[in-house]
Design a protein around this ligand. Structure first.
Ligand code: COA
Length: 176
């Protein structure tokens, strides 16, 4: 699916094209710090061809809407954020995000993007609920979700392996 773009104070969120499939974007997917809490670490694209196929698949899908996160000050592609799977039957979707450019961490970009995309889902796509999840060890993700107005709704104990240790998953939601 494609839609948008979405403008925030410091970011443009827009669908990715083949021109955005760069070595820089690919490099995020071999950075252990970026991958640390992401499921994609088990099945990541390893080449520009595979990354291009991934972007095309997402854009062609009927249940996922992915935006690249671009800084307005530099024009730089710093991460991605997606709504998906979208369950229109239940008027809900999951949100997932990564800031792959580590020099952009800790500046509020994830919170800003999450807030804007969740609002887009609630207002423009007429969703009633946006869900999100993270490992309990992913403090940055948890704080970004809370800052973007999500509430923690559940803890699933002993759910995933993080740095070789079983930890809980935390579930969050934002409702219309
Ligand atoms: C987690 C992630 C999205 C955070 O992005 P970010 O742009 O740095 O987040 P923000 O700057 O909006 O941070 C929100 C808050 O969390 C804090 N924070 C960010 N990273 C943190 C970390 N690693 N440890 C502790 N606090 C952190 C920020 O300081 C900020 O705190 P504040 O509200 O007191 O100002 C980013 O580090 C990332 O993409 N990591 C790799 C992929 C990933 O884990 N994605 C999420 C999967 S669920």
């Amino acid at each position: 699916m494609t839609d948008g773009p979405i403008e925030t104070a410091r970011l443009q969120l827009r669908n990715l094209t083949s021109a955005d499939v760069t070595e820089c974007y690919l490099s995020w997917l071999s950075d252990p710090e970026v991958l640390r809490y992401l499921e994609v670490r088990f099945s990541k694209p390893g080449s520009l061809e595979e990354l291009g196929a991934f972007v095309k698949n997402v854009n062609d899908s009927t249940d996922t809407l992915m935006f690249g996160i671009f800084r307005k000050d530099t024009g730089r592609h710093i991460g991605n954020i997606k709504l998906g799977p979208l369950k229109f039957e239940h008027a809900r979707a999951e949100i997932g995000f990564l800031i792959g450019d580590r020099s952009s961490w800790g500046a509020g970009y994830a919170s800003e993007a999450i807030q804007a995309v969740a609002q887009f889902g609630l207002d423009h796509l007429k969703l009633v609920k946006i869900g999100a999840g993270c490992y309990e060890t992913n403090v940055g993700s948890m704080k970004a979700l809370l800052k973007a107005g999500f509430l923690q709704v559940a803890t699933i104990p002993n759910d995933v392996v993080s740095d070789g240790v079983r930890v809980a998953s935390l579930l969050f939601a934002k409702n219309r």
